[in-house]
Design a protein around this ligand. Structure first.
Ligand SMILES: C[S@@+](CC[C@H](N)C(=O)[O-])C[C@H]1O[C@@H](n2cnc3c(N)ncnc32)[C@H](O)[C@@H]1O
Length: 214
């Protein structure tokens, strides 16, 4: 999946190993042999609650949904009036998202965070990142956060939702690989600033909901 114009172009054995299990999972789930554990059957409440509070009205502005999976968040953001591109590394997930939302204007695309199209650099007024960072090993974190941050347009907003990890705590097993407070700050490296940070309690250690702006 190498785009000659890709500005990431860092697909290598490490990233291939970290991302290689998503497509078989979606394919197995498509045949009823597995479940997609993060499929909530609707848009994320962390997104819908935030969007309602912000009174979001896209007015056709470009938005990007990272690791879109089966497409619910992308369809929701399109419903807010944004012109949405949503991508996932899994061709089966993208195909299923297209099938699930045939009337949606969302452009569902197969793309790899580690090899994003050059045209996506600083191109999106709204970027939604929910649970992709935590799904990838901690060693890859600066590359993942850097790639996501690079898509935010000047003046644009990035919403990040991840499971929290106490600072200094090690991760046993995974995925997921929860995100520490200092790892959240990796999003600042590309010139973003932290606009708002919430630590939302839940029954599994809590979630970060962070809003960054360029
Ligand atoms: C934990 S799931 C979260 C899906 C969705 N955002 C949600 O909240 O339900 C992570 C998603 O990221 C996708 N993904 C993982 N690595 C990726 C990469 N390098 N580029 C694009 N998508 C990736 C997976 O296929 C999967 O759909």
């Amino acid at each position: 999946m190498t785009d000659p114009d890709g500005y990431g172009s860092h697909v290598d054995a490490e990233t291939a190993a970290a991302t290689g299990w998503f497509e078989p999972l979606y394919a197995d789930a498509g045949h009823g042999r597995a479940v997609v554990p993060w499929d909530a059957g609707g848009p994320s409440p962390y997104l819908t609650e935030w969007a309602r509070a912000a009174g979001l009205d896209g007015k056709g502005a470009p938005a990007l949904v990272v690791g879109c999976g089966l497409g619910d968040d992308a369809a929701y953001v399109a419903g807010l009036g944004f012109s949405v591109t949503a991508f996932d590394i899994s061709p089966t997930a993208v195909e299923q998202a297209r099938e699930r939302f045939p009337d949606s204007a969302v452009r569902f695309e197969v793309a790899d965070l580690f090899d994003l199209p050059a045209a996506w650099r600083q191109a999106y007024d709204l970027v939604i990142e929910i649970f992709t960072v935590q799904a990838l090993p901690i060693a890859l974190r600066p590359r993942v956060t850097g790639a996501i941050a690079s898509t935010v347009a000047p003046g644009g907003t990035l919403l990040v939702v991840q499971r929290t990890r106490p600072e200094g705590a090690t991760v046993d097993g995974g995925p997921p690989y929860p995100v520490s407070r200092s790892e959240l700050d990796l999003f600042l490296a590309d010139g973003l600033r932290l606009e708002q940070l919430e630590q939302l309690p839940d029954d599994r250690g809590g979630r970060w909901r962070a809003e960054f702006r360029r």
